[in-house]
Design a protein around this ligand. Structure first.
Ligand code: NAD
Length: 379
């Protein structure tokens, strides 16, 4: 069996889908690994590192030629897969929502496309959960980016020249990214508060040493779905939340927003008026900027300045800590590949009735097979 790791084509993507460590593990499964030259550069991995781990280095065409499996960070173009075996698996973040035409084109190549962002959040698949592995790093990096933009120190310091107060950090959304942001901000000595609409978040926030702030009404008590995600809140709840946030945010130095609702635009939590009510020198980091933004004034890919308040809208935040992000992403992929390779025959053996495969498989035999991403038939 041959596995191909291609260099990312998007200039904004420094991550890579394998590391020398996972190459060695694939070799241990009896799989040959080909890596496109230069694939690891953005994550600090040299061709010679991959070579030492037992990979074959080469140009793109030679890498993909005869491959049974192709690993990427982002969805490859159909052209990039020319030469792969018929029915080869392609594993990547496929960004399937709203991209029906691209999925149809991918299907036509005859590959089996597996979308890493659709890995179900079940115990058996925890090691494959890229949303968690990357969100955790984004939460960490958000605090580092905020402290970089902030002109003051985060911890309290008592010096001969006077006392420096601790910074106040408010984290909005206490899921995977938010909880890591809270933990990081606490480690750096900030005074941390956090909010969420799911009641389960309260205890988690408090266990990290932060204060929980939320509108805790009846709707709040019902806000978590069976899958553990937040629901979209009613207009009435949003209005109450707005009053609470507006009052709280005025006293904050840094606000980190991470709130998301699956399949919906990110909830608007920080209005232009709230930004203008903050002190000059304050910083907002909007981790939801790629999904429409939690802050009304956040601009994707920019650090906007509004009345002295910086609003950070970096794209691909896990890519800003690329070496660590790649190492965890590569391990997530390896955990999935491990259940796709028959250890005795050392060949690809897809169990189509496995719930992990059913949840992630987008294409098969030339067609889009995932029920949620069927091509729209003209009315
Ligand atoms: P997410 O990225 O979808 O959303 C981030 C956070 O934003 C969530 O905590 C959500 O409640 C919050 N949010 C949404 N709307 C909001 C609003 N209007 N105001 C304030 N906050 C709002 O969530 P996530 O980080 O993927 O985590 C979702 C849940 O899944 C969490 O309970 C997490 O612990 C759980 N989880 C489970 C597993 C597993 O079982 N394998 C793995 C990862 C996460």
């Amino acid at each position: 069996m041959k596995l191909a790791v291609l260099r990312e084509r998007d200039p904004g993507e420094p991550r890579v889908a394998a590391t020398p460590d996972t190459v060695k593990r694939y070799r241990g499964l009896g799989v040959d690994v080909a890596v496109e030259s230069g694939a690891g550069i953005g994550s600090g991995i040299l061709d010679s590192d991959f070579d030492a781990a037992g990979a074959h280095l080469g140009a793109a065409a030679a890498t993909v030629d005869g491959a049974d499996a192709v690993l990427q960070v982002r969805r490859p173009t159909p052209a990039a897969l020319a030469g792969a075996r018929d029915g080869a698996i392609v594993v990547a973040l496929m960004d399937p929502f709203g991209n029906e035409a691209a999925l149809a084109a991918l299907a036509k190549t005859g590959v089996v496309a597996l979308a890493m962002e659709l890995i179900p959040r079940i115990t058996r698949a925890q090691a494959m959960d890229v949303l968690s592995s990357q969100a955790n790093l984004a939460g960490y990096r958000a605090v580092i980016d905020a402290s970089y933009e902030f002109g003051r120190a985060l911890p309290m310091m008592m010096t001969a020249a006077g006392t420096v107060p601790a910074a106040r950090i408010f984290v909005m959304g206490a899921g995977v990214a938010g909880l890591q942001a809270i933990a990081t901000a606490r480690r750096l000595g900030a005074i941390v508060t956090a909010t969420d609409v799911r009641p389960a978040a309260k205890e988690q926030v408090e266990s990290l040493g932060a204060k929980f702030i939320a509108v805790e009404d009846e709707e709040f008590r019902q806000a978590e779905t069976a899958a553990g995600y937040a629901k979209e809140m009613s207009k009435e709840y949003q209005a109450k939340q707005e009053v609470l946030v507006a009052e709280h945010i005025k006293k904050q130095d840094i606000v980190i927003t991470t709130a998301l609702i699956p399949g919906r635009p990110a909830p608007r939590l920080v209005s232009a008026a709230m930004v203008r009510a903050m002190r000059p020198g304050s910083v907002i980091v909007d981790l939801a900027v790629e999904r429409g933004g939690n802050c009304e004034l956040a601009k994707p890919g920019e650090v906007a300045l509004v009345d002295g308040v910086k609003i950070v809208g970096h794209l691909n935040v896990p890519g800003r800590i690329a070496a660590t992000a790649s190492s965890l992403y590569a391990k997530n992929l390896y955990a999935l590949l491990e259940i796709l390779v028959d250890k005795a025959t050392k060949s690809l053996a897809i169990k189509w009735d496995d719930e992990i495969i059913k949840a992630t498989a987008l294409t098969r035999d030339g067609a889009v097979i995932h029920p949620n991403f069927q091509p729209k038939t003209p009315a």
